[in-house]
Design a protein around this ligand. Sequence first.
Ligand SMILES: NC(=O)c1ccc[n+]([C@@H]2O[C@H](COP(=O)([O-])OP(=O)(O)OC[C@H]3O[C@@H](n4cnc5c(N)ncnc54)[C@H](OP(=O)(O)O)[C@@H]3O)[C@@H](O)[C@H]2O)c1
Length: 246
Amino acid sequence: MRLVVIGATGRTGGEIVAEASDRGHDVVGVATEAATIESVDVHPSDDLAEVLEGADAAIDFTVPDASREHAALAAEAGVPYVVGTTGFDEQGMSTLREASESVPVLKASNFARGVQALLQVVEAGVEALPGYDVELTETHHNGKRDAPSGTANTILDVVDEAREESLDRTHGREGEHLRDESEVGVHVRRAGNVRGEHEVMLAGNDEVVTLTHRAESRRVFAAGAVDAAEWLAGREAGWYDFADAL
Ligand SMILES: NC(=O)c1ccc[n+]([C@@H]2O[C@H](COP(=O)([O-])OP(=O)(O)OC[C@H]3O[C@@H](n4cnc5c(N)ncnc54)[C@H](OP(=O)(O)O)[C@@H]3O)[C@@H](O)[C@H]2O)c1
């Protein structure tokens, strides 16, 4: 498969290039500037339209503003588009949705299979424990831009669905504040080179349940993203998520 990796020089993009090359795909990279990663040619993003010609799929792990442009170019070129970039605002999301009218678009805030399992377990736990307090803590490396993480927001959406209400997302606490039952606490840590950790605490009735996922290598995101691209190539235009591919 001819695969374009956008953000190939990045922390995650580099792992995607390695994973896709190991699987025998014909990989071409794109980043802000030309480079070589794992003996794969990386082209500057100005050349993206040209690089997309004849590609079977593109995988994008960059920044939201750039990904909007990449999605539009993938749509123009008719190339299935997998996006792992997080932190999109509403405008960004609508650009991605627009692209999905012309090509298949698969977006996931987390390409680790374990996180998909965590989402199912969180849903079951919240449903089984009505009235329990829910608190979420996520930790990532000190180079992460957006907070809370895209995965944290996905987990919070699952909690809302399971509770059938929108809980108040309370980001950290300071000063006098008595916890309200409509709150879900959200706590963010940024330190060192932590790949990504999410912990959901359910507490009530003299007991505490904690559900944790910890990514131990970025390769797990890379493997999931390449799985997604392999699955997406050749599908009909539309909007897909990682659970569809799994
Ligand atoms: N969904 C998931 O499973 C998952 C997992 C991990 C990370 N992420 C998300 O993926 C994104 C990237 O994370 P990261 O830690 O890999 O970031 P990173 O190390 O900072 O890498 C960013 C990459 O994007 C490229 N880039 C930046 N601006 C660009 C532009 N305008 N055009 C083309 N390329 C551009 C950079 O190229 P240069 O080096 O040339 O500037 C670099 O290759 C973040 O949004 C992060 O939250 C998602």
